[in-house]
Design a protein around this ligand. Structure first.
Ligand code: FAD
Ligand code: DHB
Length: 391
């Protein structure tokens, strides 16, 4: 079996890369460890930056998102008993963000890839990558018990944080930078009408809370909790009480409640590996970096990486030049580090830390006050939130 670019992982990074390369006339095969059903139902992120939305529309996979996505022009920061709106559009020359669930993006991309005849192997077992420092890169995998060797020109490691590609790169070739936060998020999806038209990020004495949504009938909510939180200690009633308390911020505001459809814990870490390439193996998305979820950057960052990679591969196949490929990691990392900074900053401003003292709390409140009262500070938040330029 042979292809031009072998892609490991059918998350947003792998599928978008396959789609972008197809538009450049480049053939790919995508290998995914899980079933199609599993990845089309997996509840994850839900907020798309302006650049991600534009890319989906421009490349013909944005039809359903344009119909079903919820366009947001602002967000609210709640603290000290009051809400403060950040006018994202007014501060960024009309840019917006769109609420559209990650698994819906996945469905749209799989639909488009399949319609174009792309081979996506679901439930690929024992995937391993070889010879990427030499001239004959290849991927070995098992499908329904049968071992297949896929020969390719390049390998794209889009297999997420726990994938096989990054660990296969020789030790010593990569430097990792990371930070683990002393808290996690307990997230729920509920059959309840959103209680506000916009997202609410709340800073409360008990910890952070976030009100988001998926549609006019479905709310998505998150609570700061302990990193090793036991979900069994959170019966539905306790989750609703805590969300109501933190989000109301002492006002008469009422949170709409409903049946909880899904519950989960998301760990919080910042992680970057440098460089994001080795020989003909290129890492993209969560395989190369993780951000804490505050600000919803993970999916968007994965899309930004593969846009750079697709352009570099297209240039190579058109001209034979490896110049853009050689600069792939350097190009991505400039944006990656700015997004890391923003996600760390939003996280640090809005969460309670176990080791904090009264000074830290006052400083956080001053930061929130500054961001919501200075146009310059609000504009900086807005510019990052709607998404920095792709390249
Ligand atoms: P992934 O989406 O992880 O895709 C990698 C794919 O590779 C997966 O389908 C995986 O099954 C496959 N794979 C792994 N190993 C192998 C292998 N050995 N062989 C073949 N295939 C393999 N971000 C936010 O901004 N906001 C959020 O609220 C948010 N919530 C999240 C909740 C959870 C539980 C998780 C895990 C992530 C969340 N994220 C969130 C992060 C966001 O979803 C990711 O940043 C995004 O999915 C990155 O896309 P990716 O394609 O790089 O990786
Ligand atoms: C969502 C997740 C986030 O991390 C965020 O900052 C905003 C929205 C969401 O899942 O809707």
């Amino acid at each position: 079996m042979r292809t031009q670019v072998g892609i490991v992982g059918a998350g947003p990074a792998g599928l978008m890369l396959s789609h972008l390369l197809h538009l450049e006339g480049i053939e790919t095969v995508v290998l995914e460890a899980r079933s199609r059903k599993h990845i089309e139902e997996r509840i994850r992120a839900g907020l798309l930056e302006q650049g991600t939305v534009d890319l989906m529309v421009e490349t013909g996979v944005g039809e359903r998102m344009k119909r079903q996505g919820l366009v947001h022009h602002g967000i609210e920061l709640r603290f000290g008993g009051r809400g403060h709106r950040i006018d994202l559009s007014g501060l960024t020359g009309g840019k917006t963000v769109t609420i559209y669930a990650q698994h819906e993006v996945i469905k749209d991309l799989i639909g488009a890839r399949r319609a174009a005849g792309c081979q996506i192997v679901f439930e690929a077992e024992d995937v391993s990558v070889h010879n990427f420092d030499g001239s004959a890169p290849g991927i070995r995998f098992r499908e329904s018990g049968k071992v297949t060797e896929l020969a390719c020109d390049f390998i794209a490691g889009c297999d997420g944080f726990h994938g096989v590609c990054r660990p296969t790169i020789p030790t010593g070739a990569l430097t990792t930078y990371d930070r683990i936060y002393p808290f996690a998020w307990l997230g729920i999806l509920a059959e309840a009408r959103p209680s506000s038209d916009e997202l609410i990020y709340a800073y409360h004495e008990h910890g952070f809370a976030l009100h988001s949504m998926r549609s006019a009938e479905i709310t998505r909510l998150y609570l700061q909790c302990a990193p090793d939180e036991d979900l069994n200690k959170w019966p539905d009633g306790k989750i609703w009480d805590e969300l109501q308390l933190r989000l109301a911020a002492g006002q008469g505001w009422k949170l709409n409640q409903g049946a909880i459809l899904q519950k989960g814990i998301t760990e919080m870490r910042s992680f970057v590996v440098e460089p994001m390439q080795f020989g003909s193996l290129f890492l993209a998305g969560d395989a190369a970096h993780i951000v804490p979820p505050t600000g919803a950057k993970g999916l968007n960052l994965a899309v930004a990486d593969v846009r750079v990679l697709a352009r570099a591969l297209a240039d190579y196949y058109a001209t034979g030049s490896r110049e853009l490929l050689a600069r792939y990691s350097e190009t991505c990392l400039r944006r990656v580090w700015k997004v890391q900074r923003f996600s760390w900053w939003m996280t640090s401003m809005l969460h309670r830390f176990a080791d904090e003292n009264a000074f830290d709390q006052r400083r956080q409140l001053a930061e929130l006050d500054y961001v919501t009262s200075s146009r310059a500070a609000a504009q900086s938040l807005a510019e990052n939130y709607v998404g920095l330029p792709m390249e």
